[in-house]
Design a binder for this molecule. Sequence first.
Ligand code: SAM
Length: 243
Amino acid sequence: IDFGYKQVAKSEKQHLVANVFHSVAQKYDLMNDLMSFGIHRLWKRYTIDCSGVRSGMRVLDIAGGTGDLTAAFARRVGPQGEVVLADINNAMLEVGRDKLRNRGIVGNVNYVQANAEELPFADDSFDIITIAFGLRNVTDKQRALESMFRVLKPGGRLLVLEFSKPVPPLLNQAYDFYSFNVLPKMGRLVAGDADSYQYLAESIRMHPDQETLKGMMEQAGYDRVTYDNLTGGIVALHRGFKF
Ligand code: SAM
């Protein structure tokens, strides 16, 4: 009977992920800038540019963490629109909420603690859904893609920004070295936590590559699924529509 095994494996992973993000929440933004040499800001800007966001829209930023995408969306949807910053981890949500409030981003942002696998929203609720560097951490990715599909409005789009497989072989090797040797050391120095950044490196290696994720999105029901490789495929932005 394999459901027993699946239950154990799943709860262990959820527990591990929760620990990782509780442990790094306070240092999360600083580590992001250091680890990516600030390039994550460009990847996120590209995501916003490809989102088709307009004034008055309703946007869900799931696994939104400390709210970088939420902040950019909040400015663009304006007072008539709404952005929901959702995350499974309340420590990350709190850091995000404090950061946005300190920047004066209030009024059109709501904060919800939620699991991407079972989103607590009505069908057909959002014009745009983003999940940035989040899908990798979700236990049942297919279920999460289906849950996002359900709450997306017809005509709406999902954008998945995630680490992927570097295309040039040399970049792939250099990147592997960087993730497994440099990242955990940086994590220990800056965040006092090497294990969480070891987990990060492992989760990146395990994550489905560009074509596999595209297939998973199609299986979940998305149409016109495409992706762009960013920085040689270190990161990919996948897009899909619900028609
Ligand atoms: N989107 C933010 C960004 O790009 O900076 C945060 C990304 S952070 C690497 C990953 C986030 O995913 C964490 O805040 C974590 O709590 C959240 N997360 C992990 N598993 C999740 C799940 N099943 N449902 C919702 N959020 C989840």
